[in-house]
Each structure stands twice: as C-alpha cells, then as structure tokens.
Write a protein that binds this ligand. Structure first.
Ligand code: G6P
Length: 369
C-alpha cells in the first residue's frame, strides 16, 4: 500500500502531485511544438463533422461536469460554436432536442458512469455524433462513442478526482484549439500563442504545488469551520465549483461555489465574520470586477482567502490570506488555479481526521442510477 502511494500519505496527495506529469501525458503526441501543429486522432477521423457542427452538447457528472463547464468557455471562445453543458442524469430524462448536426461530448474519468452512458445512448438514437473523453481505456463509455480522446492521466484511486480533472481540461483545451483552427475562428498567431503557453503549464503546475506548506498553514486556521464559500468569474467560475466540491466531498464541510457576481442574489446574506470566502482572482478580463466582489465580501467582514496572480499588489491589502499562482493566459488558468484548491481541501480533510481517499457515502464510479 505505501509503495503504491509512492511515499505519500494518501493516494489523493500523490495524484495531486502527479499533475505536472499527467498533464504532460495528456498532451503527448498532440501538442507538437517542433512541428508547430496539433494532433488528435479521434478528432481527425470526424473533422468534417466538427467543422460543420451546429452545436456541442457536453454530458457528464460530478467533477467531469465541471471540466465540461470549462470547455463551454473554451469552445465558445476559440471555436465560436454554441455549447450546452448538461448533467447526464437530467439530460437523459428530459426529452432533449438533439439533431444529426449536434456533437455530444461525453466526459468521464471511469468511463462507467451509468447516467453518462445512458445519455450517450439517447443522443446516439437521435443521430448525433458522440465524442468521448475518458481516462480508463476500453471502458464502457469509450466503447459506446463514435470517436474520442483518452486523457492518459493514469489510474486515479482517490475518490475525489484531481489529476483526471486537469487531464480532461487539457484534452478539451486541445480540442477547442483544433476546432478553432479548422473552423477558421482563431488566427494562426493566437493559436501559436496558446500552444506556447500550454506547453508551459506543467511547469506552472509544478510551481503551484510548491504552495503546499503555505496552504497547510491556511488549512489549520479554517479546519473547524462549518461553511465555506467559493467565488470566481469567467474561466474561474467552474474552478470555484470544483473547489467547493472537493471540500465537501472529503472534509464534509458544507461548501458552495458561485459565480462571484451572483453572490448579491443570495449568498451575500450568509457572509459575516465567521464565513471563509475563497475568491479566485487571477489577472484576466474580469479581474477588476472580482476585486469589487472582494470589497463586497470585506465590507461584511467575510474572511477572504484569495488566489491571485504572482505579483498582484492590490488584493494583498484586502484579503486575510493570499495564495500566489504563476501567470498564464485566461483560457488556461483553470489548470493552475485549481491546484491550491485541491491542496486546501486535502489538508483540511486530513486535519479533521477524515478518510481522504474513501470518503463516506461516495464511490469512485457510480454504475447505478
Ligand atoms: C463519482 C466520483 C466523482 C466523479 C463522478 C463522475 O461521483 O466520486 O469523482 O467526478 O463520479 O465520474 P466519471 O468517472 O464519470 O468522471
């Protein structure tokens, strides 16, 4: 057991620390920096379908659904195609409108989630093309799809998904870039910039992992609280959802993720001097607006833990704790900004004496309804 954990106390921690490597594995053979191009076998086979598609529907559950939300931003931004992100369990029972010009992307770490599989079968029966993004090779979902791309994150043992999430987002980023290129919706210069930046992500994730000790100290301050709020905007909104999910899954602390601007329509009522609020406030097009949201939290005495871009000199004056991550372009930031949130939930759960790798009532894959 301890050998399998590679010297780490838990599989989850091992898997968090594997991410520079697993992200690289997800890009291998796909991001060809020397040749200056992108490759994806499963995409090539269905290139014309992707070019002519009128809509993309993403179906998934849990953390994979959060990866789907990131993909909505990526695909709309880069490939200018309408995207809907669906909980597989809702989609399958809703009598959804699906046509032959829709592409359904099913995202699943295990490839065995019953609801996702059923959503695929439904979409197939309506003539849509199904593209799978799975981690487990030869899994039921991988076999049920028309084409797809494996994430190559390696086996994930911890029930709370970490490296599978970043691998999914990596593959979805590559897919959005390829689609943008083939549909002519991104310039060569922009594509090249993104490729260069994506290539630096494993090193930036490595740098973010160095925050481990610092985050353990923050965890010690908050490990006994009953509630947590997570806020983000744009590409960091799904990251807020994922941070909250990680915390509730393994520490049993009630946590909610929210788009920062929606706070005023409800969650703001919860904020007082006892409420920790994690705000993802990295340098991007919504930065100024997130800073205003931080001010709103501060005015109500909320305890702010901010994830910021290295060198930020505004937020440290406002937040109780600041976690600095390296800069990357907006579209790639989820791959970096999620890292401190994974570590925060891990350390809090350990301090609360929880069974981190096998949280109560949860299963690694849910093969029944
Ligand atoms: C379970 C797991 C989650 C996972 C979800 C979807 O709830 O505990 O970690 O995100 O299923 O699983 P999938 O294998 O389809 O990604």
């Amino acid at each position: 057991d301890s050998i399998e954990k590679g010297g780490y106390e838990h599989f989850m921690l091992k898997e968090i620390f594997e991410q520079p490597r697993s992200i690289m594995d997800s890009m291998r053979g796909r991001l060809e920096m020397n040749a200056g191009h992108l490759n994806m076998g499963g995409f090539r086979a269905y290139e014309q379908k992707f070019v002519n598609a009128q809509r993309i529907i993403i179906v998934a559950c849990g953390t994979s659904w959060h990866a789907g939300l990131v993909a909505e931003y990526l695909l709309e931004d880069l490939a200018r195609i309408p995207v809907e992100v669906e909980y597989a369990s809702e989609f399958r029972y809703r009598n959804p409108i699906i046509t032959e010009r829709d592409i359904v992307i099913a995202i699943s770490q295990s490839g065995e989630t019953a609801d996702t599989l059923a959503a695929i079968e439904l979409a197939k029966s309506k003539g849509a093309t199904i593209f799978g993004i799975c981690n487990v090779v030869g899994s039921s979902i991988a076999r049920a799809t028309d084409a797809g791309a494996y994430t190559h994150a390696g086996p994930e043992i911890g029930v709370a998904s970490t490296k599978a999430f970043t691998a999914q987002v990596t593959v979805l980023t590559l897919l959005a870039m390829l689609m943008g290129q083939k549909r002519g919706t991104i310039t060569d210069t922009k594509l090249r910039e993104l490729m260069v930046e994506l290539d630096t992500i494993p090193a930036k994730v490595e740098q973010a992992l160095k925050l481990d000790d610092e985050i353990r100290n923050i965890a010690a301050v908050f490990c006994d609280v009953p509630n947590f709020l997570y806020l983000g905007r744009g590409y960091n909104f799904p990251v807020a959802l994922e941070g909250a999910l990680k915390l509730k899954e393994i520490s049993y602390i009630h946590a909610e993720g929210y788009p920062a601007a929606e706070m005023k329509h409800g969650p703001i009522a919860l904020i007082d001097e006892n409420m920790p609020v994690v705000v993802i406030a990295t340098r991007d097009s919504s930065y100024e607006k997130v800073v205003s949201n931080i001010q709103e939290v501060k005015a109500r005495k909320g305890r702010i833990i901010a994830v910021v871009t290295e060198g930020d000199d505004v937020i440290p004056g406002m937040a109780e704790f600041v976690i600095e991550v390296p800069y990357t372009s907006e579209a790639l930031m989820p791959l970096v900004s999620v890292i401190p949130l994974q570590l925060l939930s891990y350390h809090i759960a350990v301090m609360r004496g929880c069974n981190v790798d096998q949280p109560r009532n949860l299963a690694k894959s849910v093969t029944v309804e």
